[in-house]
Design a binder for this molecule. Structure first.
Ligand SMILES: Nc1ncnc2c1ncn2[C@@H]1O[C@H](COP(=O)(O)OP(=O)(O)O)[C@@H](O)[C@H]1O
Ligand SMILES: [Mg+2]
Ligand SMILES: [Zn+2]
Length: 255
């Protein structure tokens, strides 16, 4: 057991004097304890156990990417700082694999939890698998029914790798209902995706070399459906990650 807090003698309240009037205020130790509990309930994967804004590094190898990444970091930091009073109810991080989307999304979730709000991490694919299996009427799967409800009700939901799943009507309906519910009920959403979208400035057609067929890239809308995509853009501050060398490969190379 932790030692009794010297500030409040373990009561959770401390007397503070402000302009000669004394009153009771919540002690910081209560917030710290709550933040620790929130952290342990958020289901953040072990790989991101320490991911924070402070250990998100900006590499200087490419000055333009450096500046853009600095801007991305600032935008995401501000989103977390302003929560729950920010202009946008959500944050959508778009970009290539290994550019730090999940790291930044988790850092934002953490910063929000540090303020006492409840956060929940879900890998998109894993969430769908769990929801699907909960419909199998298998009693042993009863716990999975909660996955759907949790994704709807969590104060702040992190949906990681949106669209990394084979598309089906079922997937489209499920993701649409989650995003629509959250949007309508002003519940925050942080999402990441490797998929592209023309509105975010991505070219959806790769310029083909002469004689080669045109290469169409998979868009977010194709994977999650136009309705979910449109709600997402409506509620989210959309952030496009600059193209940097895949951080995973970089780390391997350094070993
Ligand atoms: N700028 C960065 N500074 C420090 N670590 C990073 C940075 N970008 C990525 N990483 C780390 O590299 C790994 C891959 O990053 P991740 O956020 O999973 O990329 P993405 O979600 O875009 O595919 C993670 O372990 C992450 O913590
Ligand atoms: Mg990721
Ligand atoms: Zn205390």
């Amino acid at each position: 057991m932790a030692a009794v807090c010297p500030e409040c003698n373990g009561t959770g309240w401390k007397i503070v004097e402000r302009e000669e009037i004394s009153g009771a205020e919540r002690c910081d130790c209560v917030l710290v304890e709550r933040a620790q509990r929130l952290e342990s309930e958020a289901q953040i994967p072990p790989l991101y156990a320490n991911a924070s804004f402070d250990n998100f590094l900006l590499t200087r190898e490419n000055p333009i990417a450096y500046r853009n990444m600095q801007e991305v970091l600032l935008t995401v930091r501000n989103f977390a700082r302003e929560y729950p009073h920010g202009r946008h109810g959500g944050l959508l991080l778009m970009g290539e694999p290994g550019t730090g989307k999940t790291h930044l999304a988790v850092a934002a979730l953490r910063a929000i939890m540090a303020k006492g709000f409840e956060g929940l991490y879900f890998d998109f694919q894993n969430l769908l698998d769990r929801i699907r299996s909960s419909f199998s009427n298998d009693e042993s799967r009863v716990g999975d029914k909660e996955a759907y409800r949790d994704a709807m009700e969590a104060e702040v939901l992190l949906l990681d790798d949106l669209g990394a799943h084979r598309m089906s009507d079922w997937v489209e309906d499920t993701v649409t209902s989650i995003i629509t519910y959250r949007c309508n009920n002003r519940k925050s959403l942080i999402a990441t995706t490797n998929l592209i979208d023309a509105e975010a400035g991505y070219a959806t057609v790769q310029r083909a070399e002469p004689g080669k067929p045109v290469d169409y890239r998979t868009t977010l809308s194709e994977r999650i459906g136009p309705r979910a995509r449109s709600r997402l853009f409506e509620m989210c501050r959309v952030v496009r990650m600059p193209l940097v060398e895949d951080y995973r490969l970089r780390k391997q190379g350094a070993q």
